[in-house]
Design a protein around this ligand. Sequence first.
Ligand code: MN
Length: 420
Amino acid sequence: MNYYAERRKKIAAVMSDRSALILYSGAAPHFSEDEYFPFEVNHHFHWMTGMDRPKQALMIRKNGEKVTEILFIEEPDPGMERWIGKMPTKEQAAQTSGISDVRLIGDMDSVIGQAMDRFGVERLYMDVYRYDITDLADYNLAQALRLQQLYPAVLLSPLRPLIAPLRAVKDEEELRLMRRAGEITRQSLEEVMRRLCPGMKEYQVQAVFEGSCRYLGAEAQAFPTIAAGGKNACSMHYEENRDVLSEGSLILLDLGAKYHHYCSDISRTYPVSGTFTPRQREIYDLVLAANRAVAEAAAPGMQISKLGEIADQVLADGLIAMGMIGKPEELRKYLPHGVSHPLGMDTHDLMTADGILQPGWVITDEPGLYIDEEGFGIRIEDDLLITEDGCEVLSAGIIKEAEEIEEFMKKARLRSGEEA
Ligand SMILES: [Mn+2]
């Protein structure tokens, strides 16, 4: 069975009659002189083809019951291969994607022309997504603007509303990759716990984690690693990671390995010296209770935003009991972010407009509390797979009970003491 063929079948089923989908793998943006930013394949393209090189494209044409699929690739060039390594052949591309009709990218414009003029395509689905109005047009958007000019009468439609509900539901192959990304993240966090000690720099913690991820086969990080000691944890997107970790402080880590294009997204908060102070522990256990309440509640049919309300309730009740706030609305002072988002090829992955959880969705569970005046912040984040009747905590193997963490760090220190 070819997973990519199955996914394309689902897309074709929701395309309108007399339409075509055109999707390019993309190109790396220019950086400076002869340097380019790292190439990141268009995620929709990869999801539908399994291919991941620049200068490739997919076309799906639908006419009544008839669906035609064509994959375009670069012609393998022995001269180029001497510099960049082997390029996939038509046979290999057909094998990976499950598309038998593989042609050369140089022929694509004439194939598009035929589709428009001879087959009477009335609607073109393309990736015209733009996150911010000030963003430069990416490769697919630029191509959409070009084709719109060439064929002004053709209706240009965004691919996103079609593909978002499908990408939200992970198939077996996607879950296999996500479990692997999660396992690499687990082992690498254990390496961090073994090495963590006062005097270490935040970037050294980052280096231990990321080095371990690469060692275990992750090609990249899912997003820039946050290694925030002490009060730095109270800046939500702190990425400088330059400070020294002090005795008795906490370090908040928000990180994840990326494996074969799929992300894990985990947060853990560790005591730098190996044990939590009673006050740190009090807040830690409250955040952990919220994290557990979310995992207990998450189930199909529930709106994703409801999980935020569940976490907020636990946290607000706790802070009121401690006398830190007077009423639930004041919680925002200590928790500025939401508690859950979908996860997949994108760290903030796609979902349906209504946000109602379905079996096969993977979402995060990440309550936190950030107490600026006391110089620490705590977040505990797991990844949940929505099942038929609830959820499976994909990151269940990454320890999070305060005692478990203290025990793990103590054992690691004894062992390194024995070695020394
Ligand atoms: Mn997250």
